[in-house]
Design a protein around this ligand. Structure first.
Ligand code: UD1
Ligand code: UDP
Length: 379
């Protein structure tokens, strides 16, 4: 057998780590590959929570996160620092995931060195460059660079084909988030204490109907965030509900939420949960209210209705299946839709069907096989 191919996996945020750890684990056990992990640490604490649970020790940690970082300062740093890692490591290929600044700069730095880029979660498009912002453009840049495009669904693959990406470069693999979700569920069954600490909140809120909330989108900063906070205040007027809201560490989110929601007895603003605990929150919540991408994929898989606080989504599969609904960021609309689900059993049951258009939990294996075929190394 030829020497194992050195593959550099580049990521920096919580969702990238969740969606790439299954790929890293699959590469690690395959003798055709020598995976090298580089984290930009665009996120710090929220990234480390995932690295720890997944048992990933990076080979390169650029530790780039700055409090309140701007898009241009972050991107400038990422490009030069990731480029330097590529010059030192000399990988045969680079893997990036999704649409963050790290993924975009990683793809660009690889392109500047003519290193082929493999894109995990390729082809998501909202059709609006400001929703989500800046992710829509980040993923289009990566899409124009990538060698292999691993689309999670046929819808995503179709978007790439419509952009004239050659069909033999596009593969529908499922989304690795389902691999991660299944892996962590298995771990929780084996060791329930991994996801045990929410019990305090569960005791505190016993008898109430739990609404899980996450929010962090840049395009929602300002008015959107204020509206979301206002909606949660109105929801909390109902004493039969309790809101559990792990607040993203972005100061633009925390300042608004702490000011608007601190002190409400049935709203728990808590620190970001590690992945097993967040999966527990998904399992005890009756409804998820979110602007997150990953949560739109996980909640339908667990049969939890999702109200998506965005104007558009690049994940139409949940909406088409009836398990997710776009509600925008207007406070009245959010509250009306949520109360409707709480009070109309038939409407709730219609949305609360376990539905999983995003993958079967075998995506990472498929991706690794396709990269193996591409480099021509046979096991
Ligand atoms: C980033 C991604 C977004 C992704 C999201 C997932 C970009 C431009 N944005 O947005 O696509 O959906 O992550 O959560 O790539 N912070 C901490 N500790 C952490 C993480 C963040 O303190 O562990 C704070 C810091 O002040 C940091 C700020 O949050 O400057 C913003 O982080 P950044 O990665 O720039 O943006 P996100 O809003 O997290
Ligand atoms: N998540 C987590 N802890 C939390 C909130 C979210 O582990 O407190 C996970 C969630 O299960 C999903 C991912 O983080 O897999 C989503 O990350 P985020 O919302 O930050 O980013 P997005 O998916 O919108 O890019």
């Amino acid at each position: 057998m030829t020497n194992p191919a050195k593959i550099l996996i580049v990521f920096g945020t919580r969702p990238e780590a969740i969606k790439l750890f299954p790929v890293i684990r699959a590469l690690e056990v395959d003798p055709r590959f020598r995976p090298v992990v580089c984290v930009s640490a665009q996120h710090r604490q929220m990234l480390d929570q995932v690295l720890e649970i997944a048992g990933i020790v990076p080979d390169h940690d650029l530790n780039l996160m700055q409090p309140g970082q701007t898009l241009d300062s972050l991107t400038a740093l990422l490009l030069t620092r990731l480029g330097a890692v590529m010059d030192a490591a000399q990988p045969e290929r680079v893997i990036v995931q999704g649409d963050t600044a790290t993924a975009m700069a990683g793809a660009l730095a690889a392109y500047y060195r003519k290193i082929p880029v493999d894109h995990v979660e390729a082809g998501l498009r909202s059709g609006n460059i400001y929703h989500p912002w800046p992710e829509e453009v980040n993923r289009k840049i990566i899409g124009s660079i990538a060698s292999l495009h691993f689309a999670p669904t046929a819808v995503a693959a179709g978007k790439l084909l419509a952009e004239q990406v050659p069909a033999d470069r596009v593969h529908v693999t499922g989304n690795t988030v389902i691999d991660a979700l299944k892996w962590v569920q298995t771990r929780i069954v084996a060791k329930p204490a991994l996801a045990g600490d929410l019990a305090d909140l569960e005791r505190l809120f016993a008898g109430r109907r739990i609404i899980g909330v996450t929010s962090h989108r840049r395009e929602n900063f300002g008015e959107g965030m204020a509206n979301i906070a206002q909606a949660i205040r109105q929801i909390a007027v109902r004493q039969d509900v309790a809101v559990i809201f792990p607040v993203h560490l972005n100061p633009n989110v925390r300042a608004v939420m702490n000011q608007a929601l601190g002190g409400l007895s049935n709203v728990a603003l808590i620190e970001p949960l590690d992945y097993p605990h967040f999966v527990r929150l998904l399992s005890i919540a009756e409804i998820m209210l979110t602007d997150s991408g990953g949560v739109q994929e996980e909640a339908p898989a667990l049969g939890k209705p999702v109200l998506v606080m965005r104007e558009t989504t690049e994940r139409p599969e949940g909406v088409s299946a009836g398990t997710a609904r776009l509600v925008g960021t207007d406070a009245t609309r959010i509250v009306t839709e949520l109360f409707n689900l709480l009070d109309d059993k038939a409407a709730y049951e219609a949305m609360a069907r376990a539905h999983n258009p995003f993958g079967d939990g075998q995506s990472a294996g498929r991706i690794v096989e396709l990269i193996g075929n591409e480099i021509g190394h046979k096991a």
